[in-house]
Write a protein that binds this ligand. Structure first.
Ligand code: FES
Length: 86
């Protein structure tokens, strides 16, 4: 199971965490990945000082701009899901 989380602390909220969450939810649905991705929201993960919304993929932290959520999903999350199936 691939673990994906988005920070919903106040700094990330202001930087567009809500948009990242809805983009991820939409893509999980489109790709029918509910049983392959454990998606969760986390409170502040101490990445507030960085530009962007804090996300974690299998424990690996990144910060992404809200408008990069789709790209991140396609370039990072989908390959991680595929790898988990091997
Ligand atoms: S609010 Fe998201 S890392 Fe602090």
């Amino acid at each position: 199971m691939t673990q994906l989380s988005v920070c919903i602390g106040s700094a990330c909220h202001l930087k567009g965490a809500y948009n990242v969450i809805s983009t991820f939810q939409h893509l999980i649905e489109t790709h029918n990945l509910h049983d392959k991705i454990a998606f969760s929201a986390k409170f502040c993960t101490k990445e507030c000082h960085k530009p962007g919304v804090a996300v974690a993929l299998n424990g690996q932290k990144s910060v992404i701009a809200a408008e990069e959520a789709r790209k991140f999903f396609q370039e990072q999350v989908l390959p991680a899901v595929e790898q988990a199936q091997d």
